[in-house]
Design a protein around this ligand. Sequence first.
Ligand code: FAD
Ligand code: DLZ
Ligand code: SF4
Length: 509
Amino acid sequence: MVTRLILVLGDQLSPEVSALREADMDRDVVVMAEVMGEASYVPHHPKKIAFLFAAMRKFAQSLKEDGWRVDYTALDDPENTQAIDRELLRRAEAHGADEVIVTEPGEWRLIEVLNDAPLKVRQLPDDRFLASHGEFEDWAKGRKALRMEYFYRDMRRKTGLLMDEGDPAGGKWNFDHDNRKPAPGEVEFGGPMRFTPDEITEDVLALVRDRFGSNFGSLDDFWFATDRGQARRALAHFIRGALPRFGDYQDAMLRDDRFLYHSVISMYLNAGLLTVMEICEAAEAAYRRGDVPINAAEGFIRQIIGWREYMRGIYFLEGPDYVRRNVLNHQRALPGFFWDAGTDMLCVAKTVQQTRDEAYAHHIQRLMVTGNFALLAGVNPYEVHEWYLAVYADAYEWVEAPNVIGMSQFADGGIVGSKPYVSSGSYIDRMSDYCGACAYSVKTKTGAGACPFNLLYWDFLVRHRDRFGSNPRMGQMYATWDRMKDDRKDTIRREAAVFLDRLTKGERV
Ligand code: FAD
Ligand code: DLZ
Ligand code: SF4
C-alpha cells in the first residue's frame, strides 16, 4: 500500500486528533515541521514560539516512542523549505506518498494553503471541539441574535456537565451575578505551576533567542509546561489552589499580581496538550466533592464549553473576511505604547509590560484595558487583531479574532456582543488597584491630569450615537450625557480631541 502523510500542526498536539485516529501506523508517516511561514505570519511573542516548538518536539518524540514513523523538520534543518505546503511536497516525494491527511487547521489562511497544495489533501473535522461546524450552523440558523448563553446551555445538555437529571446544578444555568467582586487585598494563590526547562526546551530557547530575539516579548524566565504530563499537573494545581476563588475574582485586576485566580491553561488547551472534557470534568469533580462553590465551577466551565466553543463557531460561520470587518470605520494606527509600554496610563503600561514578560494577560486586562483603550481611541481593528494574534501564547485566529474583532472592538457590528465593551476609568478603578498609583487621576473628569478613559468614553459614545443611541442597553449612558451641561460637554469633547491629536503625533500620553 502507498504511504500516506499525516500532517500534525503545532496546535494539534493531541494523540486523539482526528488525523492520527485515521492513520495506519504500519503504512503512514507523520509529518511535523517548524517553519518560518508559520512562525512569522505575525511577529509572535518568542515565548509563544518557544512553547510551541518545544511542545512539538516532545510530542514528536512521544509519537516515535509509541511506534509511529515521524518526519520532523527543525527550524534550522538545512533542508527545511520553511513552509507547510512545501514541506509536504518534499516529504511526499521522499516517500512516494500520494495523499495527505490532516485535521482541519484553525485558520482560514492555512486551510486555503492546504486546499491549493499540488497534492491530494484530505482535511478531517477537528473533533477536539464539542460543536462541529454543522452543529453550530444549525444552532445559528434562523436566530436573530447569536447569544452565547443559549448556545452554552445546549453544550451543558450535550455534555451533561453540571447537570442534575436534566436540570442545571445549583438550580441556575449561570452564576455570573456572584462573580464580579473587585480586586482582593491579597491573593492566596501563588500563581500557575512553573516548570524548569528540560534539555529539549533549552535547545529551543537558544534557537528562538537567536532567530526571534528582536520580536516583542521577553524569553527570560520561561516556565510553561511543554508536554501533556506537565500540563495536567498545572491543571490539577489550578483546580486545587485557585478554582475555589476563580468565580469571585474573575474580573479583578491587580498591578502586582499577574494571574490572580486564573487557570493560565489556554495555551495548553489550544495547542492540544489538554482536552476540553478533562478540564471540565476535573472542575466538576471538585464541585461535587464540595471543594469548589458552584459559582466558580459554573463560571469556569462556561468559559470553556460556552465562550470558547461559541467563538470558534462564529469564526467559521462568518468566513475568511471576518478579520477585516470594521463597521465603526476606525482608522487610527495602533499606538507605539502597545509595543513599548511607554505611556503614563498605568493600567495600559502594566498590561503591556506583563504581556511582554509572560505572553499572557487575563481576560479583563485584554478586554477592559488594552481592548477598551483601542476601541475608545478608534484604532483600526485589523491592527488590533494582529497585535493580539502576535503577543499571547494562546493566540490562534479561530479564537483570537472573534474575541478581538467581535467582543472587544465591535468591528463585526454586534454579532458577538450586543453592545460595545467600553468603560470610563471608574470601571478600571473599581476592579483594580491600578489607579491609585497612576500619574492620571481617575476621579478627575476633565482638566489637568484627567484620566484619558474618562474623556474618551464620552467622546466615543457621542461619535457613534447614530449606531448606539437606540440600543436599549446603552440608554442610561446617553441619558447621563444628555443631562450634562453644554459647556461641560464641550470641554470633554475638546479635551478628548487634544488627547487624540497627541496620540496621532506620537507624543507620550
Ligand atoms: P481563565 O480565565 O482561567 O479561563 C479558563 C479558560 O476559559 C481559558 O483557558 C480559555 O480556554 C477559556 N476562555 C475564557 N474566556 C474565553 C473567551 N472569551 N474565548 C475563548 N476562550 C475563553 N483566548 C484564547 O485562548 N486565545 C486568544 O487569542 C484570546 N484572545 C483574546 C483577545 C481579547 C481581546 C479578549 C477579550 C479575550 C481573548 N481570549 C483569548 C479569551 C481569554 O482572555 C483567554 O482565553 C484567557 O485570558 C486565557 O487565560 P486563562 O487560561 O487564565 O483563562
Ligand atoms: C503558531 C505556530 C507557529 C509559531 N509555528 C508553527 C510551526 O512552525 N509549525 C506548525 O505546524 N505550526 C505552527 N504554528 C501553529 C499554526 O500557525 C496553526 O496551526 C495555525 O495558525 C492554525 O491554527
Ligand atoms: Fe488607567 Fe485612568 Fe486608572 Fe490611570 S487613572 S490606571 S489611565 S483608568
